[in-house]
Design a protein around this ligand. Structure first.
Ligand SMILES: [Zn+2]
Length: 416
């Protein structure tokens, strides 16, 4: 259906539009291969091809699209994938392409909307990189000082631009440090609320890491904590750790150790491809058994150490010696070779890890599905306590917040 787009536009504005219009700026359109539409935004511009079936599927008229929820409401039970465009027009004033379809329907598409959804591979890559998820940059332990960005806690809490920079750094490098946080127990919750909300686990929402007698979890001992990822026994593994240092031990220990698991996987893929293949293929049982607040739990998730997506990109690293199950449901012949490959991965990770000590008021944030972390042992006593408050955030929530912030900052920039 044709919707008049001139409502609300004053005559003087119309005139302005009219006078700046040159023929070279005109949109040209044509039907190609019977079902596709080629749009040339202006003379000499590269023509953009759009499949007819996709355009019909994305008609934005009131019958096909629900504007306020920005959702398709087209009757897909009767959708015709053989749909054909019959005729095309352009509206130079509103900069729109108008299509009449073989099902007697009519659609109009703003040129800017089409350009943003271009099927050109470089445009698609740009959208994925700038808006879907930032591209990760992998680092070695020796590069830690270069890549670890610091932000002021107060600025993250009060300025959207700084919040966006923090989340962007976290997405790219998997680690970022906030400084100057107050020394109360509410910091991790306030920070999580600033992004979205805390991801709850078996161990609650906020958790305290300090030496506890009779600890249910290995982290709650003052012993050295070897490199690991948290909670590998969850299918939906909490994504980002927020560790707020409230009190730090004066003893020489208690340092954080971090290593980029994606970088270690890169090294393995380059130098030991068979080990890489095995660790990304053999499924390991991860588990956690215990009780918290009187509730018993028995968590299991089965997944390789290096998890890859359909395009061979890393999605997740799993490693935790205490939380690797004694059940190992693989063929007998896989067992010893897997141990050899795993031991190599662990040796590479240890060799590449970077140690540093957080100070009271520091909030260390890092990607738990990418980085391995650990802690050197410390002497826990009344004279030398250590008190860290932690919580988790999920990437779905972080990426969503980042996109909303980016959209807002682009809108603000284009208004100036
Ligand atoms: Zn429609």
């Amino acid at each position: 259906m044709w919707v008049p787009r001139l409502v609300g536009r004053s005559l003087s504005q119309l005139k302005t539009i009219h006078t700046v219009q040159f023929s070279s700026r005109q949109i040209s359109v044509k039907i190609v291969n019977e079902s596709n539409i080629e749009v040339q935004p202006e003379a000499n511009a590269k023509p953009l091809t759009f499949p007819g079936v996709w355009l019909r599927d994305n008609c934005m008229c009131g019958d096909c699209f629900h504007g306020s929820s920005k959702s398709r409401k087209l009757d897909w039970d009767n959708f015709d994938t053989r749909i054909r465009p019959l005729s095309l027009r352009t509206d130079e004033q509103s900069k729109e392409v108008l299509v009449k379809w073989s099902d007697a329907h009519e659609s109009r598409f703003p040129l800017s909307w089409l350009q943003e959804r271009s099927f050109e591979p470089d445009k698609q890559q740009k959208y994925l990189r700038d808006f879907y998820r930032p591209t990760t940059r992998h680092w070695s332990g020796a590069q830690f000082q270069e890549i670890a960005q610091h932000f002021s806690y107060d600025e993250v809490m009060s300025q959207d631009s700084v919040l966006m920079q923090w989340l962007q750094a976290l997405a790219i490098y998997g680690v970022a440090l906030l400084r100057g946080a107050p020394l109360d127990e509410g910091v991790v919750r306030r920070l999580a609320d600033r992004v979205g909300f805390i991801r709850r686990t078996t161990y609650g929402e906020e958790f305290v890491v300090q030496a506890k007698p009779g600890a249910q979890n290995f982290a709650y001992l003052s012993l050295p904590l070897p490199l690991h990822t948290d909670l590998p026994y969850y299918e939906y593994k909490p994504s980002v750790n927020i560790l707020h240092c409230v009190v730090q031990t004066d003893s020489p220990g208690g340092s954080n150790m971090l290593v980029d698991g994606f970088h270690v996987a890169d090294l393995l893929r380059r130098d030991h491809p068979e080990d890489f293949d095995r660790l990304s293929r053999v499924v390991v049982d991860w588990n956690d058994i215990g009780s918290e607040d009187g509730r018993e739990f028995h968590n299991i998730w089965r997944a390789p150490v290096i998890c890859l997506d359909a395009e061979g990109r890393y999605t997740r690293i799993n490693h935790s010696v205490p939380q690797r199950d004694s059940h190992f449901n693989v063929p007998l012949a896989e067992v010893l070779p897997w141990y050899e490959s795993y031991a190599r991965f662990v040796r590479l990770a240890i060799a590449d890890s970077h140690a540093f000590k957080t100070r009271p008021g520091d909030v260390l944030t890092f990607n738990n599905i990418r980085l391995l972390h650990g802690r050197t042992g410390y002497d826990d006593s009344e004279q030398s306590p250590r008190y860290i408050v932690g919580a988790y955030l999920d990437w779905d929530i972080i990426y969503s917040r980042l996109r909303v912030l980016k959209k807002r900052s682009t809108a603000t920039a284009s208004c100036q």
